[in-house]
Design a protein around this ligand. Sequence first.
Ligand code: ME8
Length: 647
Amino acid sequence: MKKKTFFITTPIYYVNDVPHIGHAYTTIAADVAARYRRLAGDDVFFLTGTDEHGQKVQQAAGQSGREPQAHVDDLHVRFKELWIRFNISNNDFIRTTEERHKKVVREILQKLYDEGEIYKDSYEGWYCMPDERFWTEKDLVDGNCPECGRKVEKITESNYFFKMGQHRDWLVDHINQNENFIQPKSRRNEILGFLKQPLDDLCISRPKERLPWGIPLPFDDEYVTYVWFDALINYISTFGTLDKIRSCGFWPAAHHLIGKDILTTHSVYWATMLKAIGLDLPENIFAHGWWTVNGQKMSKSLGNVVEPNHLIEQFGVDVIRYFLLREVPFGLDGDFSHKALIGRINSDLANNLGNLLNRTLNMLKKYFKGELPKIGTKGDEDAPLIAKSAEVIQEVDQLYGELAYSKILAKIWEFLDAGNIYINDTAPWNLAKSDDGKKRLATVLYNSAEACRVIAILIAPFMPQTADKMMEQLGIDTPVDKQGLDSLKKWGWIQPGTQTHQGAQIFPRIEDKAAAKILEEVAVGGEAPASEKNVETNGKGQITIDDFMKVDLRTAKIIAAEKVKKSKKLIKLKVDLGTEQRQVLAGIAEAYEPEQLVGRTVILVANLKPAKLMGLESQGMILAGSDGDAIILGGFDGDLPPGVRVK
Ligand code: ME8
């Protein structure tokens, strides 16, 4: 029989910054679905990668003082390495600067141009630099970008447009007729609402003189391709030419997993692009929710970005994989806190999962020298356990269709509870007291070991390392993927006579003292790794250049200033960093009037943990020197644009 194919993707992430927990979330979710389909025996293709063109990346490269290519060559590795650490099983990692991708982008552009789907026109609009998007007058909110709230610029220029507007009616029909095309339902309604308005054509070029970092249009080399038109094509460029995409067996994708921030680009831009290219639409675009940290938006400027490498070092890979997908229903927003994470480790992993495996192996060792006995006397408690296993296996399979990760884990844990209850109800410690009881004990421990194996297979997509460790302790040599879901079809796969080896606890409890220490560290030091918190000196009070470079000094232009009420010293500043604006409080009111400050370029410590002064948040600190009462702001001899790194 021909194998079923399954194609799943993540967004390709911008390499303007290092990966954080939000990127890890989507990638782990895709990995779990890919691993499950492999266990089911499907032919799986799992794609992730990096988005390396466009304004954001060009700007980030400029700030690090490098050419864009050198910048992306360096930064994309952080993503690749993190995915290796997280045991991500992607089949390909695509970079949009690779020739194989650029070739397909050019092929598609030329085809659409030749077919009259792309035209040139002069355009006047409001442009948001950081978001790289044009807006019409009516879109603006208080004159600013409706998406990020930052200022926009009026731009008139000639550009190329993709005839997207003509596709509205069929797209609405498609969404209405295919319930699963956009999930969850609330997001689907959002897009249907958006499509009630006329749909504009899409500007798909940028003049090279304004933005050189992109793929040149094959029919006009004065222009480069708009970064989204380029990036979306990654989902098919992985297969080579248009002909190969049609014959590879993986298109259309089963799932494009994305965050809710990029739903319009996927469900409208990408869908209409595919239609124009003549390819089928993906089966499902799933827009999951947004992670905040302790109730706050994660942002570099607030210094609260959760660094996944640090979490892995502290808690281990599988714990993080489990927590992210268990804590929040996929599709809803979630809040990351160490307290919740420790709670899950202790209750779900140590108390429940660890306990079932541990007590089973412990009793096997005690009563049977670790060797799995044959089934002996059957009892009333057996059938409910076996029935629960079958029910959970079936429901888990259905829930994968909805990518309902949190419910899947809750279901698996129902079976775990059933396993622990089975042991409590059968009370093996009493059975061990008589010869008759021992025959029943053999059955109870056989069933408990089989329950542990079933659980190991079911959790393997979420916690692959843990599943392997469980198999090792159960003495099973056949790898999880060789056992596959087929091995769950009938109760009793594990062989009597198997020699089990009780090892270390797979999830030790985090005791109260250790938990308190972790929480205290987080409260004091934000999310930075300990190694970055302590600057070591060499005994002469000197630091290394690496230590100095940890301080992110940037040029910042003051765009507004006002005295803080009831404070003699503080001035509230709004500063522009090129890519963002920040509020900073400076103790310079006795030396400067607010009007003197607007328009000046100052030096900002940009990665300082935000602090509250007089109830107002300060997102950084500006540098000044003082001699007695005189305070003088640091600055430059000449003009520098905002956001430049100061070294
Ligand atoms: O948008 N919570 O890349 P990007 C949850 N290059 N998920 C989050 C998150 C958070 N706080 N922060 C980021 C781009 N994500 C484009 C995509 S695709 C053809 C081009 C995840 O680096 C989430 O998946 O800004 C979100 O959609 C994605 O990272 C945005 O990554």
